[in-house]
Design a protein around this ligand. Structure first.
Ligand SMILES: [Zn+2]
Length: 350
């Protein structure tokens, strides 16, 4: 059984970190592997995996000084294995999962994030932090004859070159660079669905001002909106996606939950909003409330679009999300709304 379909080299001190990409068709294996990581217990499957890693490196990368191996599923880091471990005679010395869980990645989901998972939201974040911004040459395997999962690239999507642009397009094909954190994050002065400070209250300054303006106008019309979730860091997205993957299976999870590097929330330009009649939840029912209808009709006047529209799932890659607002500026928002197109279509037409 061949586990890996591709690899990428990341320069490290005195050698390379090899990212090995799992065949996304191997859902069963991937899930089992995730499950094993969660339990912190890697018996038979891990041995198989290690043998597969050794075989891959021997065949494809002979003579290369390898420092560590990262096991990737798309942009999701499943495990990091120090190479010394692979060749150690003591197989039990260190478990592949332990490196990752110490970083708070897989298995490091906080209670508050689990809450969000009840009502899944898509997200985007930078890619693997260990790559630290380096996007070294990809070396696709010649023997790779795997059909990618429909609607998403199997491996290594484009890395966005203008992450700070207001009209930046982030989706399953276009990922934010690793470690990207927007400048000028502030907490908008609006009502939130919760009280305490949280990183996710933040947005970029221009988006925050626009949100304040929109919430004020809504209130004047008798519409009370509540902000739920704005900026989300890479690490947080990684934890959310891993948790959703465990809960729903990776394929299903990817329909509503973004992989790290693929969440629009990492731009600081997105905000999920809600209202009291849906109990502050992020649910499609929000779209039929008077608040949801007001937002659909008025958001564009303040520079926001409903990013994930009904009937556009095949273009955006995500289900209908009446609660997810994306700031694009007034001019673009007006045109996108009037033409009833997605950001993908709008930018493609430009
Ligand atoms: Zn969202």
């Amino acid at each position: 059984l061949r586990y890996f379909v591709n690899h990428r080299l990341v320069e490290a001190q005195n050698g390379y970190i090899v990212e090995l990409y799992l065949d996304q068709q191997l859902n069963e294996f991937s899930l089992e592997f995730l499950g094993l990581l969660k339990k912190g217990d890697i018996p038979q499957k891990a041995d198989n995996l290690e043998r597969a890693v050794e075989a891959y490196i021997k065949e494809k990368l002979p003579g290369l000084t390898v420092k560590a191996v990262n096991i990737m599923l798309g942009s999701l880091l499943l495990a990091s294995i120090p190479i010394s471990h692979l060749y150690a005679s003591e197989k039990n010395a260190e478990k592949p999962g332990s490196v990752q869980s110490e970083k708070g990645g897989i298995g490091g989901v906080q209670e508050s994030e689990e809450q969000e998972l009840e009502t899944p939201t898509p997200d985007i974040d930078a890619s693997n932090e260990q790559a630290s911004g380096k996007t070294d040459a990809e070396l696709p395997s010649k023997s790779s004859a795997v059909t990618p999962t429909p609607g998403q690239p199997a491996i290594s999507p484009n890395i966005i070159s203008n992450p700070g642009a207001i009209l930046v397009l982030v989706n399953k094909h276009n990922n934010l660079p690793s470690g990207y954190v927007p400048q000028n994050l502030v907490v908008p002065n609006v009502s939130f669905s919760f009280k305490e400070y949280d990183e996710k209250k933040q947005m970029r300054k221009e988006a925050a001002s626009a949100l304040e303006e929109m919430f004020r106008a809504a209130k004047a019309d008798g519409i009370n909106l509540y902000a739920v979730s704005g900026y989300r860091s890479y690490a947080r997205q990684e934890a959310i996606f891993a948790s959703n993957g465990r809960k729903y299976g990776l394929e299903k999870a990817n329909q509503f939950s973004a992989k790290p590097g693929q969440s629009e929330h990492q731009t600081g330009l997105a905000m999920d909003i809600t209202c009291t009649s849906v109990s502050y939840g992020l649910t499609q029912r929000f779209g039929s409330t008077k608040e949801g209808i007001w937002v659909k009709e008025n958001a564009n006047k303040f520079g926001f679009i409903l990013r994930y529209q009904q009937g556009k799932e095949s273009i955006t890659g995500y289900q209908y999300e009446p609660w997810h607002l994306r700031y694009v500026g007034k001019e673009a928002a007006k045109e996108i709304t009037e033409r009833n197109v997605t950001l993908e279509e709008y930018l493609g037409a430009k």
